[in-house]
Design a protein. Sequence first.
Length: 172
Amino acid sequence: MRGKIRGSVADVTQDVSIWEQVEALPEFRAAENVLLYWSMASEVDTHAFARRWYGRKKLYLPKVAGETLEIREYIPDDLASGYRGIMEPSQDAPVAEKIDLVIVPGMAFDAKGNRLGRGGGFYDRLLPTLSCPKVGVCRNHQFVEEVPVQSWDQKVDIVVTPANCYICKICQ
């Protein structure tokens, strides 16, 4: 499935609709501390979203530390190339004390909140440690009927596509 999704053409114009829907979520509006990801070319673009909300909410990004993700503050001028060339906060960026909402990347999602990651297991290890709403974002071609799951795979609570928000807690 990863190969099929990777081979699909990304339509970045869908990202604007996705972020409008995220911004309308009560969970996002109430959140003060938001964990984002710094997007790669094949993912829903977070760069403009991060710049727009910087200073209005406390934003955090993951930093790979061995087999885990550290959650560090997003400071626009303090990013450096890290794991797989992904931009991440420096080692000096403050560590998050509290996260109110996490926006989760994925190669594919379904309406039950199942998520297909890139295979490293970073988010499958991180998500159970966070007691806040987990929002998956994806373009139309990344929303599939059913994501194959393993026992260790972690679900998200909400999946946002360009046209819909799927509240998955109810679906499970």
